[in-house]
Design a protein around this ligand. Sequence first.
Ligand SMILES: Cc1ncc(COP(=O)(O)O)c(C=O)c1O
Length: 390
Amino acid sequence: MSLELQFPNWPTFGEQEEKAVKDVIRSGQLFADQKVREFEENFGRYIGTKYALGLGNATQGLHLCLAALDIGLGDEVIVTPYSWISTASSILMQNAIPIFCDIEEQTLGIDPDKIEKLITSRTKAIVCVHMFGYPCKIREIKSIAEKHNLALIEDASHAHGAELNGKKIGTFGDVSAFSLHQRKALSVGDGGIVCTDNVSLAEKIYKMRSFGSNELSYNYRMTEFAGALGSVRLRKLDEENDQRRKNSLFLNQLISEKLGDFLEPLFINPDSKTVHYANVVKITDEGTRSIDAEYHRVLEGSSLPIRKTWSPLHHHPNFNPCGNSKPARGLPWELDAYDGAMRHTQYKNLHLPVVERFCPHKILEIYVHPPCAEREMLTALRHLQRLFKK
Ligand SMILES: Cc1ncc(COP(=O)(O)O)c(C=O)c1O
């Protein structure tokens, strides 16, 4: 079965990016310095936080957010089960316990109505994610965090430039982390940046990301290449996000007209400005019954930007180690310092009905990055049409 279309690559780099990288090489200064500082200033101004700290990637960012909040052995952190693994594995890096809270169907973010019953005397923080650049119910989550005096960390890895009620995603929590990985909407190859208004968190993260203070430090520095590329890419971000939104709107209209029985575009909150790192569609019950399994497999192995989504995190081997795959440091929920719910429940016995219903089989991610435009959206539609036996 041939798939005739070549989608343009993402990201596309041009002369400005080439010049930025060459300038770094010519300067002879390759590790964090002036270019990183400039990018931090530019990104902090763009997001609207007092501090922005460049790092090697967002996994390091999430780890340092938790470490700076003094979250450690025996502490519980409420977290979404629908994300990339580092959203939850960073909690394990601090020997703390991820407490997975089910998602809600509108934004696929953590469900604020299910958070409070998970809060115990051990709970220290909530980590939420704005999946694919659709803002989660962050205002409701923030008010629960405030009511219970919990820290709030936003994993904004998919949401550079997204907004809710005119306020940028990444400014709602105490601290936020953005990924700048090659595939992300703001892409420098590998990189991350953490944003906060809290001076003491910023100072701690600053000390921990490199050496030279009494804090236990990591080498989590951003390179000058990443800083230089970041400033160039940031100048293009709003325009590229506009194109992603336009593409999604066009494709979703086509999907609703032609495939409405089988696919349902994810709800877009009219108070929000989405980024559409990917355009997300749910497969309906009728779609699930009609799916052509063979074509689905072909699609998965193709270079087309249409993918089945991730499995829930509580099913990941980090939480369900099999055989001898236990980490040398042990499993934090089995340590004597912890006697909370997860010691007794164990992750394999967790049942989270909403995330398990949708992930991975009932959600498709469709990548709509520029320079893709209407022509590519029409091709994506054709492939989606072949996915269902009518
Ligand atoms: C939601 C989310 N959080 C965190 C990360 C980790 O980002 P990084 O690869 O920069 O460490 C990713 C990466 O894909 C992600 O999708």
